[in-house]
Design a protein around this ligand. Sequence first.
Ligand SMILES: [Zn+2]
Length: 133
Amino acid sequence: MTNEAIEAAALLPCPFCGEEYAEMSHYTTASSPKEPAGYYVECGYCSAAGPPFEVQGEMPDRHEYTKTEAIAAWNTRAAAPALLEEGARLALEAAKGAAYNAYLKLSVSKVIWDAMAALDPAAIVKGAGHDRD
Ligand SMILES: [Zn+2]
C-alpha cells in the first residue's frame, strides 16, 4: 500500500484529539536498521500512536500486510469512543423513555384513582371480583 493509498484509506480520526490526519509510521531495530521492522499509525497532531505490528514472514507483500494490520488496529481504537458515545446516547434515550413511561403510568393511575375516589368505595368493593347477573 502506497502512502497515497494509505491516506486515501479510511483512517478514522484520532481517538484522543479528534485530528483527522493520521499517518503510517515505522520503526527499525538493531537487527533491521534500514528496512522497517514494524508499522503503526500515528496521529498527525498529538502523535498518539496505534499499536505497533512487527513485519513477519518472508512473503513479498509482508510490509503491505503489516500496514493493513496497523490500519485495522488504529481504526478499531478510533471507533471505540464513537461506540461509547452511541451507547451513552441510547442509554440516555432509554432512561428518558422509562421516565416518560413512569410519568404516563403515574398520570393514568392518578386519573383512575381520582375516578374511583369519585365513586362510592363500598360499591366498588361489593362489585369487585364476581359478576352478578
Ligand atoms: Zn491526536
